[in-house]
Design a protein around this ligand. Structure first.
Ligand code: 13P
Length: 252
């Protein structure tokens, strides 16, 4: 059985007080309702205070939204994987399309970030997904396969099998209210799994949680999560509201 995960990507939202209030609510609404892991991807400054609020909660964990490809040193404003590890942060999102688009992160750079995260035992949630023009051209499967090859295929099967999470997030569905259909999500997740099986093995492919992201909400989560290759979601906007997010968690 693959681990089911529902992750909320808060992006650059909320004050500390608002973030704490949301976490309090989630602890009340989510706790113990499913077997899924719930991951709160908070801005860097909130990782420790939110972690403290969660205490020793086994189900709800925090994640960072990025980390540096460097070990340490003169990189003003950056946060390293070693720092995340030292704070006991178990996950980090890498390769989000907003990082690719606004901060010029490409597959090669992301491979280095993935290595740093893994070196420090922080599990990467690696994002891939095509922009609208690629979907319209019909080359979306090729692009996503290429993104995975560039940033993950240098890893050993053992590492991929046990220490990586993938999130498929079609760029045209992010923050647009336009969700991929359940079929489109399932099709791409199956393509990703097949591609991993062809390079590694079916066992490796079957072990990796693949999350869907892009306008996941309380109304569509159940259908999306019912697909055999969809192991949960990476939720943006709806993760900022306790009621919506808890309903998404319950949908798994
Ligand atoms: P939305 O759920 O707001 O579309 O954002 C998805 C996302 O980017 C999660 O990482």
């Amino acid at each position: 059985m693959r681990q089911k995960i529902v992750a909320g990507n808060w992006k650059m939202n909320k004050t500390l007080e608002e973030a704490k209030a949301l976490t309090f609510e989630l602890l009340r609404l989510v706790d113990g309702t499913t077997k899924a892991k719930v991951v709160l991807c908070t801005p860097f400054p909130y990782l420790l205070p939110i972690k403290e609020l969660l205490g020793d909660n086994k189900q709800i964990k925090v994640a960072a939204q990025n980390c540096s490809e460097h070990e340490s040193g003169a990189y003003t404003g950056e946060v390293s994987a070693a720092m995340l590890k030292s704070m006991d942060v178990p996950y980090v999102i890498l390769g989000h399309s907003e990082r690719r688009q606004y901060f010029g992160e490409d597959g090669k750079l992301l491979a280095k970030k993935i290595d740093k995260a893994l070196e420090h035992h922080v599990t990467p949630i690696f994002c891939c997904g095509e922009p609208l023009e690629i979907r319209e051209k019909g080359t979306h499967e090729e692009l996503v396969k290429q993104q995975i090859e560039e940033s993950l295929f240098h890893l050993s099967g053992e590492v991929l099998e046990h220490h990586v999470v993938i999130a498929y997030e079609p760029v045209w569905a992010i923050g647009t209210g336009k969700t991929a259909t359940s079929q489109q999500a399932q099709d791409m997740h199956a393509v990703i799994r097949k591609h991993i099986a062809s390079k590694y093995s079916q066992t490796v492919a079957n072990s990796i949680p693949i999350l869907y992201g892009g306008s996941v909400g309380a109304a569509n989560a159940k259908e999306l999560f019912s697909n055999p290759d969809v192991d949960g979601g990476l939720v943006g906007g709806a993760s900022l509201k306790s009621k919506d997010f808890s309903e998404i968690v319950k949908a798994i």
